[in-house]
Ligand binder design. Structure first.
Ligand code: F6P
Length: 380
């Protein structure tokens, strides 16, 4: 009898249930009644506290289109995993104890960046682990795409689409704040798909003067409204020049509720454009997966079952060039996949006239500079 533990960890997203379903159905097909799946509840907490449920094939039926996670989830910061409690016992100790007590052959872990660091720690401590890449942020290193991302793009795009009518009716500027602290993938994709006029992402620090300049230029050119898609982790050029410590202090002192509100305030201080914030927030993680994510998660889930069958543990199931393949957890853990500022999608966006807030007034042309130099030489 094979005993497989399963857990979903970190922020939820679309496609967790369809992934679990893919893994379970493929395992039942392969091993029949010779397999037992144990669902740990609320992420790593279930493993730490040995809160679990013995699953049956029926538990995995009818969940392909269901949002959230039937196992529940929680955030368990990696940095706290090896901190001893009052009895000198760490969360890691407890998880290893549960793994042993439950006589697991493998743990299937669905999660994003933090989750993968902890999964790798379990691997380093002797557990057999197979992971699956979850996050609407698409910022997990080692895979071209994470599940949840495509559905979240659809939702954020829909927000931008819908705000167009009010922006146009009222001749306003709308700032749509899109999830993503460390990486701007979702904002970039939804911004392009929704036809945003300005896209601000953490990887391309912006100048507020450039943003205001663009808004005014658009107005002068007859555009009645503008839409700014801003990632929640977008930073200004001044912030980009700060040390980590200075940046933290500056953000702690920020009185605006979020980056979108700060932008609206700063724009209002510099111009007379009427500006509003739209924050779809956790809507972006809500509901069931789109067709693309249903297919992707079924492929990923079945591939995880294959890894278990062949005992290829210690891997994340990844997508590279549309091929599903294992990537060693040791390579994935602790690395963030950010948007390369000169990537094709950014270039395409610029090419069609989307601004990124880094369009500072042009320096004097080289020709003019040479003229100035010549004048200096002549003493004019
Ligand atoms: O990691 C996914 C994510 O959706 C981020 O984009 C966002 O900043 C964060 O989760 C919000 O998390 P929480 O649910 O803890 O508010």
């Amino acid at each position: 009898m094979k005993r497989i533990g399963m857990l979903t960890s970190g922020g939820d997203c679309q496609g967790l249930n369809s992934t679990i379903r893919g893994v379970a159905k493929a395992l039942y097909q392969e091993f029949g009644s010779d397999i037992e799946i144990i669902g740990f509840l609320d992420g790593y907490r279930g493993l730490i506290e040995d809160q679990a449920k013995i699953m049956s094939p029926r538990d995995f039926s009818g969940i392909l289109t269901v949002g959230g996670t039937i196992l529940g989830t929680s955030r368990q910061p990696f940095k706290m995993m090896q901190v001893p409690d009052e009895n000198g016992v760490t969360k890691l100790d407890r998880m290893l104890e549960t793994y042993k007590k439950r006589e697991l052959d493998c743990l299937v872990i669905l999660g994003g960046n933090g989750t993968h660091k902890s999964a790798n720690m379990l691997r380093e401590n002797g557990c057999n682990v197979v992971t699956l890449p979850k996050t609407i942020d698409n910022d997990l290193w080692g895979t071209d795409i994470t599940f949840g991302y495509q559905t979240a793009i659809d939702i954020a795009t829909d927000v931008i689409d819908k705000i167009h009518s009010t922006a146009s009716s009222h001749s306003r500027v709308f700032v749509v704040e899109i999830m993503g602290h460390g990486a701007g993938w979702l904002t970039l994709s939804a911004g392009v798909a929704g036809g945003a006029d300005i896209i601000l992402i953490p990887e391309i620090p912006y100048s507020i003067d450039a943003v205001v300049n663009t808004l005014e230029k658009r107005k002068k050119n007859g555009h009645k409204f503008s839409i700014i898609a801003v990632a929640e982790g977008a930073i200004s050029m001044e912030e980009a020049a700060m040390s980590k410590k200075e940046f933290k202090a500056a953000r702690a002192a920020m009185t605006d509720p979020s980056i979108a509100y700060r932008l609206v305030r700063e724009i209002a201080e510099r111009s007379d454009v009427e500006c509003r914030v739209v924050n779809p927030g956790h809507f972006q993680r809500g509901g069931g997966p789109c067709a693309y994510d249903r297919i992707l998660t079924t492929r990923l889930g079945a591939a995880a079952a294959r890894l278990i069958k062949h005992q290829q543990y210690g891997n994340m199931v990844a997508v590279r060039n549309d091929q599903i393949m294992p990537v060693p957890l040791s390579e994935v853990a602790g690395k963030l996949k950010t948007v390369p500022p000169d990537c094709e999608m950014v270039q395409t966006a610029r090419q069609i006239g989307i601004y990124f807030g880094d369009e500072l007034p042009k320096k004097k042309k080289d020709k003019d500079k040479k003229k100035d130099k010549d004048k200096d030489k002549k003493g004019e």
